[in-house]
Design a protein around this ligand. Structure first.
Ligand SMILES: C[S@@+](CC[C@H](N)C(=O)[O-])C[C@H]1O[C@@H](n2cnc3c(N)ncnc32)[C@H](O)[C@@H]1O
Length: 217
């Protein structure tokens, strides 16, 4: 599949899949969207020191990278498991412009060059476990406090936004765990509610009126 690099409205880059007519992030701002949906509406809600995070769709690595930067400021201990069925080629992640300083460029590069299916330390308190698997085959020995659900749009990948998938994720979450996603579609909310999530619609990032925050209470 061909993939094209695009610049979004906040100056950060994203990827576009012509065959699917789908971008990896909002064209109104890739970084702005990730900061809003996953960091501000998810990560920032946790006061606890240790956090297990699960991401669906590692893609460009932007969510891993932003979480790493925030953890550097708040000193949380992070275990970050991220699933990806189609890892990016080197020529694509090298074109992304999320890291500015040399130190952060090194971290961003490590996020991509580290081995799949191994746990590595990005620093002494950030463990990264990249799993090259299909979400439909997901299982883990871990339980998660926070889930970043960042699959392609439900209209493009309906098989990933089903009750069965959300049930599996729910079973892998700790009580009081939170799942955040950019979509607020009715079909997604109902699938989540049917497996036991308490679902809230909250304001979305630029270009999106609402997003979902679901909790396991
Ligand atoms: C919205 S994009 C990625 C967003 C990513 N978090 C980022 O910041 O770049 C969705 C991602 O899910 C991945 N994906 C698609 N189908 C998948 C599947 N069945 N299992 C796991 N990952 C999948 C895609 O390859 C893509 O990287």
């Amino acid at each position: 599949m061909s993939i094209i690099v695009k610049i979004t409205d906040d100056g950060s880059k994203t990827l576009f899949l012509p065959e699917m007519n789908e971008t990896y992030h909002s064209i109104f701002g890739a970084k702005t969207e990730s900061e809003h949906v996953f960091i501000k509406a998810g990560y920032k809600l946790f006061a606890q020191q240790k956090l297990n995070i699960l991401e669906i769709g590692m893609g460009t690595g932007l969510n891993v990278f932003l979480t790493y930067l925030h953890h550097n400021n708040d000193n949380k201990e992070i275990y970050f498991e991220t699933l990806e069925k189609y890892p990016l080629n080197e020529h694509l992640y090298k074109e992304l412009n999320y890291a500015i300083t040399d130190e952060n460029k090194l971290i961003f590069s490590q996020i991509h060059t580290s081995n799949w299916n191994e746990i590595i330390y990005l620093n002494k308190s950030f463990l990264l476990h990249k799993k090259q698997i299909d979400l439909l085959d997901f299982s883990s020995e871990n339980k998660f406090d926070l889930v970043y659900f960042d699959a392609f749009d439900p209209a493009k990948q309906p098989e990933l936004w089903t009750e069965k998938v959300f049930q599996n994720i729910y079973n892998h979450m700790n009580t009081d765990g939170i799942l955040v996603t950019y979509s607020a579609k009715g079909i997604v909310r109902r699938a989540m509610q049917s497996v036991g999530f308490k679902v809230e619609r909250i304001p979305g990032p630029p270009g999106k009126r609402e997003m979902i925050r679901a909790s396991k209470s």
